[in-house]
Ligand binder design. Sequence first.
Ligand code: ARG
Length: 580
Amino acid sequence: MTLIQELESRLGIALTATLGEPTAATVTAAADLRFGDYQSNAAMVLAKQQKANPRALAQQIIDALDLSGLATADIAGPGFINFRILPAAYASRAAALIRDERLGVPATGAGKTVVVDFSAPNVAKPMHVGHIRSTIIGDSLARIARFLGFKVIADNHIGDWGTQFGMIIYGWNHFLDEAALAADPIAELVRVYRKVNSLKEQPGVLDACKAELVKLQAGDDENLAIWRKCIEVSKCGLQKIYDRLGVKFDYWYGESHYNDRLAGLVDEFLEKGIARESNGAVCVFSNDSKPLEQDPFKVHKEEGWTDNPALIRKADGGFLYATTDLATIQFRIDEWQADHVWYVVGVPQQLHFRQLFDAAARWGKTGDFQHIEFGSILGDDRKLMKTRSGDSVGLIEVLEEAVERAAKAIAEKNPDLKGEEAAQIAEVVGIGAVKFAELSQNRLTDYVFSWDRMLALQGDTAPYLQYSHVRIRSIFRKLDGPFDATSVEIHLNEPAEIHLVRLLVRFGEVLPTILEDFRPNLLANYVLELARAFHSFFEACPVLKADEPTRSSRLALCELTSRTLKQGLHLLGIDVPERM
Ligand code: ARG
């Protein structure tokens, strides 16, 4: 049980006794530590229902509360009940955490399966900033869910069957540079795609591309072979990026995986009356009347329906993004028994997902579907981030530059580090910095990308956190032998010690709340607070120079802090170097 659960359980008993009927209430971490560690507004809420005086009711509840061995309580303001945890209770909690591999994190997801759909770039198109955000946020959410006990299926739903293949096959036949393809397949495919795109205006080119697409869709052997090769080399190139980022997928079931199911799906929708024909196309009309932030498809207006139909078959017989996504939902529910499907995709696809979830519900595919949307990354000029040549910035360029800058900073700070070791540290620090800059933001706000800010050693950055971890580990390097924290008794006297433990026990309380609204930034804030608490502790409380039993107790707290920090960073997808 977390401290919150323990307090809620004791509060529930007191409330039930006071009111004479089963009553529960929630406890939250206190907003202001001066008033205590945790608080509850139960008395205020219940007094309103009972038309009673909230402070008087709070007093009655406190009189009935048995907090022995755990906390003290008092009343504040209009009737808040504030709890202050006893140092002895914190000490025994800390000792229990040291022996707990899960660091006090409850398995709230046990028995549930979640599919996390993230990254999902389009083959032969460059991975842009939106894919960077999706990759980093999605990977972190998958890690967190896994740690909370969910069965997680990470699925990379790559765009491997779009209309872009008409252009790519045309370009492959006319402009492909085999050597360039071997050296950097993604870049070469993008070059070919761009080249054809620039020729679109020339007579015949677009028609030739369309003809290639029709051949491909009809199963032409030659075009299928080119298509397969494109997918293969692209996947290889992408895999290299994911390896570097430490991102793993269980499946790469891209759009093409569902090709066989699309025709039958549309027939079924027509038969069941979920979809109908409109101007030759097959549409699912949404009766969702919620106002949309963006509304690009104001086409079919009819009585009784809103004006946002999802097209699932074009008048020419072609299938669409929505058709594939419906087939994908069916597969994930039927084959994988998914309870939850999380789509980590930018805000511009809001309409698509709203229509999709609506159509799936009417099709009888039930589950918890979430569009986890995010805003844009802006450059210094507050416009969408671009490279010097004006292209949107690719992930690789960002990573390369981050690592290069980290290498420079490390060389300045610690010239003793050389060669392979220095390079490895730069990699971990540079990539960690990019990830943390992303994950410490509220995902919905557009954020301004700043190299200097994300790589600073002081500040809300990954390097600061990694450095904190290094600093803790360096304490243990000064010991003569290994240190076993598991049997140490914890003694808490100094305020800085108590504050450190206060944060350590919150790890298990913070993690589940992240998935309530899919906000890894809560974890980012938590690890920052923990690191700050450690530095204050380390300044105020001598560790190695302290006398026993304080010395061992403090060493054990260092050990627990380093494990919690490392685990927290790991869940953000960030590694920690041994030295830096
Ligand atoms: N490939 C799409 C894009 O780049 C993202 C796919 C997201 N996943 C999904 N199931 N629709 O915009």
